[in-house]
Write a protein that binds this ligand. Structure first.
Ligand code: MRU
Length: 341
């Protein structure tokens, strides 16, 4: 399987996801500025993987600054945390990890003790995410019947997590159990995570994949009689409102119209205890340049405004269940989420 991130010889090794599927190029990250840029440009992406990248980032920062006096050491680390927090706003996993790192830095006055805690935070974040993916797959696989037609969105697999993935982890597990899943994925305009990454991952494993235009989802649900929709999440509020890749919200509306169950798969690290509902979730607005090129024709000469939100929020009432490593959370979410996480 692909290795989207690892830590070796005081460098973070990242698989550059902007080059997939044409090339598999690994880049060595040895400064926080390079990591910031890699996150911003989506060389590394996916909510759980961003949490892991942030954890390795602070481990790297600690190593780089370890020879400074304690005050300078702490200041440099806190400054790097601020830089990483300003990279992408929506995936809460990144903030959850950086808040833990901040707590360690502020709790001790011995830099070697802080360093030790940051090394163990990085190792633990990666390892726990791998385990959570396996458990999400265990908990979700029974929702998949034999020969199920599954619709998913964006990329939620090996390339988005520390393990086999969330929504895609369930699909992998169903395939390994011989259930023969048949997967439909929207191309995920404008950066094509569905067409480039999900199709690449799943077909490499021998899973049947159909790439569709994002705008064909309602048609495909009706024509192909989709059995189930499963997507991932970037941030889940305490009432179950869920931010995920732009297009998830209208996928959920379409699924409800056709009475197709719509599930979110995510580790509990994706819940935001400080967000009571969708109003507390920030949505990343990305550079309009990503929209300029459509099909064969560049649109750069148009005077029109381009709007490029990277995420949207699916209201809790459209979600049939949230599959986590601790089990499936069912509505009413306001009551049930606090018991699970
Ligand atoms: O902009 P991206 O590629 O980081 O967006 C990723 C998604 O929206 C994923 O669906 C989400 O992070 C869940 S990954 C398990």
């Amino acid at each position: 399987m692909l290795k989207p991130i690892s830590y070796k010889n005081d460098k973070i090794i990242i698989l550059d996801q902007t080059k997939i599927p044409e090339d598999e190029i690994y880049i060595e990250v040895d400064t926080i500025e390079v990591l910031y840029e890699a996150i911003k440009m989506l060389k590394i992406r996916g909510a759980p993987l961003l949490g892991i990248a942030a954890a390795y980032g602070i481990r790297l920062s600690s190593t780089i600054n370890l020879n400074k006096n304690i005050d300078d050491y702490k200041n440099c680390l806190l400054n790097d945390i601020t830089i990483l927090k300003s990279s992408r706003p929506t995936a809460v996993n990144l903030f959850n990890v950086l808040n833990k790192a901040e707590k360690s830095i502020n709790s001790y006055n011995d830099k070697f003790r802080i360093h030790e805690s940051l090394v163990s935070l990085a190792v633990k974040t990666h390892e726990e995410d791998r385990e959570m993916c396996d458990k999400i797959a265990d908990n979700g696989v029974n929702l998949i019947k034999n020969n199920a037609k599954i619709l998913t969105h964006c990329n939620t697999g090996v390339l988005a997590t520390g393990g086999i993935g969330t929504a895609l982890g369930i699909i992998y597990r169903s395939f390994w159990k011989g259930k023969k899943p048949d997967v439909y994925v929207g191309e995920t305009r404008p950066l094509l995570q569905g067409a480039r990454l999900t199709a690449f991952e799943l077909t490499n494993e021998g899973i049947n994949v159909h790439i569709i235009p994002d705008s064909a989802r309602a048609y495909i649900m009706m024509e192909k009689k989709i059995d189930i929709v499963i997507t991932g999440a970037d941030r889940i509020a305490m009432n179950g409102d869920t931010a995920n890749k732009i297009g998830t919200f209208d996928t959920a509306i379409n699924a409800r119209y056709f009475n197709i169950p719509f599930y979110i798969a995510a580790p509990t690290s994706t819940f935001d205890k400080n967000a009571s509902d969708m109003n507390d979730i920030p949505i990343e607005q990305r550079n309009p340049e990503e929209l300029y090129k459509v099909g064969y024709q560049g649109l750069t000469k148009t005077k029109a405004d381009f709007i490029n939100p990277a995420f949207d929020i699916t209201p809790n009432k459209l979600i049939n269940g949230i599959i986590t490593e601790k089990g499936i959370i069912l509505p009413p979410y306001e009551k049930n989420i606090p018991d699970f996480i």
